[in-house]
Design a protein around this ligand. Structure first.
Ligand code: PLP
Length: 373
């Protein structure tokens, strides 16, 4: 927040806190130096398209799978995109009614078709999920089970397991994007996702847990899919950024990663508390529930209809709060209905201090009040 000028808060950018990046900077600096000294020209020369072996080995053992199923790439989005690219053309992909916008857009750009499934505070609506699977026979489901982007909900274990069972029984991929799994700030830990030979496919990223600029993510695919998938990667790019992967391998192995995660959860907890408090105070009863981690929450404004959307966003900006509609995050077949229910925005909180969050939510409430008249 700028204090000596007009106050302002930007709820748009889902980025790590600036102070977190400054905190990790010395370790990153040293880490790259160590990686080049330790691995030498191996991290400077062309390498294997599945990523840096020492990092894949670490990821494989963390998830209890053979490292030949692990592909380490330049971020979560890249490996998910490669996976979509590997699917048959015009595949039908089931997605949550609201999801990570870039993933939806990327899937459609490959020519895949999307169908949405409703979300509840416990995960997807499993009855609807089963019905859609039976009638539409999708090739894959993509979901974000922990601190979902954008709603912030976390699936219950039962819900997640039911989804996995339906996918397995129907011979479709279940792709879990678990990039927020370890980013839980309420003192509890999320379950881990067990991986068998069939799947589920797991995608994750070190963007939010180390830094976005170093850009590293990974995906774990079924054993039977390794050959086809790696061929698609080999035809797309050669190796990913190897010094980054060398640095991250050592960062994890030395225990610094866990220490940094502890710091991050401590930093983000009061921000999350401020968000929950402000939402409860100013927007009581708004879906979904308490935010327990991750980067996002959503807010719906039933009184701001399509024709008032631009005016509301403009007015909110004039009051110092930057927000935008989150329509890109909505599954295409849910869009019409959702738009009829009023404006829907995504809020992000980790990069904002608690006071700014409280102030920003209050301003949003005040702006919305004016539009009620
Ligand atoms: C659910 C989800 N998946 C993937 C990513 C992207 O990760 P990366 O920056 O590693 O590509 C994000 C970033 O916001 C995300 O929210």
């Amino acid at each position: 927040m700028e204090t000596n000028q007009k106050k302002s808060v930007n709820f748009l950018r889902g980025v790590p806190a600036q102070e977190a990046l400054e905190k990790v900077m010395p370790a990153v600096l040293k880490g790259y130096e160590t990686a080049v000294l330790k691995y030498g020209t191996d991290v400077l020369q062309y390498g294997h398209f599945t990523g840096f072996k020492p990092l894949r080995d670490i990821i494989g053992s963390l998830h209890g799978v053979d490292s030949n199923r692990v592909v380490a790439g330049n971020g979560g989005l890249e490996v998910i995109s490669l996976f979509f690219k590997s699917l048959p053309k015009q595949s039908l992909i089931l997605v949550e009614e609201t999801s990570y916008d870039r993933v939806l857009i990327d899937a459609m750009r490959y020519g895949h078709r999307l169908a949405g499934v409703p979300l509840t505070p416990d995960g997807v609506d499993v009855d609807r999920f089963a019905k859609i699977v039976n009638t539409m026979k999708p090739n894959a489901f993509y979901g974000i089970p922990f601190h979902q982007n954008p709603t912030g909900i976390t699936y219950t274990k039962d819900n997640r397991k039911t989804v996995e069972r339906i996918c397995r029984e129907n011979n479709m991929f279940c792709i879990w994007d678990i990039c927020y799994q370890i980013l839980r700030y309420d003192g509890k830990a999320n379950d881990s996702v067990e991986i068998s030979d069939w799947g589920p496919v797991i995608a994750s990223s070190f963007t939010k847990t180390i830094t976005p600029g170093t850009k590293c993510g990974y995906i774990i695919v079924p054993q039977s899919y390794v050959n086809h998938f790696t061929q698609v990667i080999a035809n797309t790019r050669i190796n990913p950024n190897l010094p980054t992967q060398g640095f991250i391998a050592d960062f994890i192995q030395s225990g610094q990663y866990d220490q940094y995660l502890n710091y991050l959860t401590g930093l983000y907890r009061p921000r999350m508390d401020a968000l929950n408090h402000a939402l409860k105070t100013h927007f009581p009863g708004a879906f979904p529930c308490d935010i327990a981690g991750g980067f996002f929450a959503v807010l719906a404004f039933p009184n701001i209809l399509k024709e008032n959307e631009t005016a509301f966003i403009e007015s909110s900006k004039n009051n110092g709060v930057s927000v935008a509609s989150a329509w890109d995050a909505v599954a295409p077949d849910f869009l019409d209905d959702m738009q009829k229910k009023g404006l829907f925005i995504r809020l992000t909180f980790p990069a904002l201090d608690p006071e700014s969050i409280e102030w920003g939510i209050l301003k949003l409430k005040e702006t919305a009040e004016v539009f009620k008249l």
